[in-house]
Design a protein around this ligand. Structure first.
Ligand code: IMP
Length: 422
């Protein structure tokens, strides 16, 4: 934790690395936890006091009673889904209204943005992105087109603004011949969500965060998705629509680059991807199925099967470079406990050309592997590094050498206690 700084906690591959659990472990050290990008496309599963919560828009620091949580200007927010998520937490006894601050500059996801998401996907035919259907792309497009609605808009003359934008969307949908939809019920709930949001502190969060930093407070920026889904640096066009990388912390919270402290990069001991797009390490055999089954690799938002493969050093090196990762956190090491050998993708190859640098387009590139002996020992009950089997230590050391970055935290199970800080 760095005082007067923003530490970033970022998924550095395709998301779903387990950021929620780590934020939960980190939160006691910070004054503020803030989301800077994405929206309800994220699904951070947290098990707190025996109860499972899936957070989509709300930062994972919300369980600690004395912390301020911020939904920053770089986020997009769907009032109906926000209301459902927040009410579940309120029902479980968490007081949100005094501690959850929402940026007036965050953009609103309208019901018609979700219809547009479906319509654009349908129009893409075989080239579907495989989005979460939450309206993320259309909302960020609208932000860039300068026609979007922001949270602050709900405070003044909202009805007219909403109707104007909705009419625009309906026209686009008519032009796309996508008219078979009915948002009547959804819209009612959405409006209820808008009303509900009005009871939360809707603030200039960038001013609030900078003031806190000047007072020497510490901020944890909680990433969503991962570097390979970043709009600039991911596997475009099979990406999400926001800046998921460290640069996105600055734009998505309104903090200067020199206020960034540590950059924690989270990855799993293997790789997964949800949705379409190239994935050179993907396994189509029983090894991939076994990783999925042991790792419970099914989407938190959509329930889809996650595509599974071995760890990818090409992607990790690229992500470390783009984000300026200072420390790595390896999650779900225990999922590989039973494998006799562990493979690591060290390069990509295509048409006789080998590269260790991330190509412009990873389509058609094959993974080149090195093999390491598996540890074939249960890691889940281990509470200190001293207990680790030699083969696991070798795996960690090998990754650190290849990535030239220390792995400072190792997760060996879903529980908070199964987190080993080195
Ligand atoms: P969108 O963000 O819903 O537009 O989806 C774009 C791509 O990002 C799709 O391939 C999704 O599966 C993927 N995606 C979005 N959010 C997440 C996430 O939280 N974890 C993993 N993949 C995600």
């Amino acid at each position: 934790m760095s005082k007067g700084k923003v530490d970033a906690l970022l998924g550095i591959v395709f998301g779903d690395e387990g950021k929620g659990k780590v934020v939960d472990v980190f939160t006691p050290k910070y004054d503020i936890v803030a989301r800077f990008a994405g929206g309800p496309n994220a699904g951070h599963t947290i098990i707190f006091e025996g109860k499972k919560f899936v957070l989509r828009s709300i930062p994972s620091g919300i369980f600690a009673e004395d912390k301020v949580n911020i939904i920053g200007n770089g986020c997009v927010i769907a009032p109906d889904l926000f209301m459902a998520e927040a009410r579940e937490l309120e029902a479980a006894g968490y007081d949100l209204r005094s501690r959850l601050h929402i940026s007036k500059r965050a953009h609103l996801i309208l019901p018609t943005h979700r219809v547009l998401d479906r319509a654009y996907e349908a129009a893409k035919g075989k080239n579907k992105v495989g989005t979460t259907g939450k309206g993320i792309g259309p909302t960020y497009s609208e932000k860039a087109s300068r026609t979007g609605l922001r949270v602050g808009d709900i405070l003044d003359g909202f009805e007219t603004k909403y109707k104007t934008l909705k009419a625009r969307h309906e026209e686009i949908l008519r032009n796309l011949n996508y008219t078979d939809y009915d948002i009547t019920n959804e819209e009612k709930l959405w409006m209820e969500g808008v009303e509900y949001m009005r009871s939360f502190p809707l603030t200039d969060t960038e001013i609030e965060i900078n003031k806190a930093l000047r007072e020497g407070k510490s901020v944890l920026a909680e990433g969503a998705q991962g570097t390979m889904l970043d709009i600039d640096h991911g596997t475009y066009p099979f990406v999400s629509s926001s800046s998921t990388v460290c640069g996105g912390v600055c734009t998505g919270l309104g903090v200067a680059p020199n206020s960034i402290g540590e950059v924690f990069g989270i990855f799993k001991a293997y790789s997964t991807r949800v949705g379409s797009g190239p994935f050179p390490v993907e396994l189509f055999d029983e090894t991939g199925d076994k990783i999925r089954e042991i790792g419970h690799e099914y989407g938190a938002v959509t329930g889809r099967n996650r595509r599974c493969g071995w760890v990818d050093l090409v992607a990790l090196r690229y992500a470390i470079m783009v984000n300026g990762v200072t420390q790595l956190i390896m999650m779900k090491s225990d999922v590989l406990d039973t494998f006799p050998t562990i493979k690591v993708c060290v390069a990509y190859e295509k048409d006789g050309v080998r590269t260790t640098d991330m190509p412009f387009d990873t389509e058609g590139w094959q993974a080149v592997y090195e093999e390491l002996p598996g540890w074939q020992t249960e890691l889940t009950k281990m509470t200190s590094e001293a207990e680790f089997p030699q083969a696991f230590r070798n795996y960690v050391k090998y990754l650190e050498q290849q990535l030239e970055t220390p792995i400072t935290i190792l997760s060996v199970g879903p529980d908070r206690a199964q987190t080993i800080v080195r």
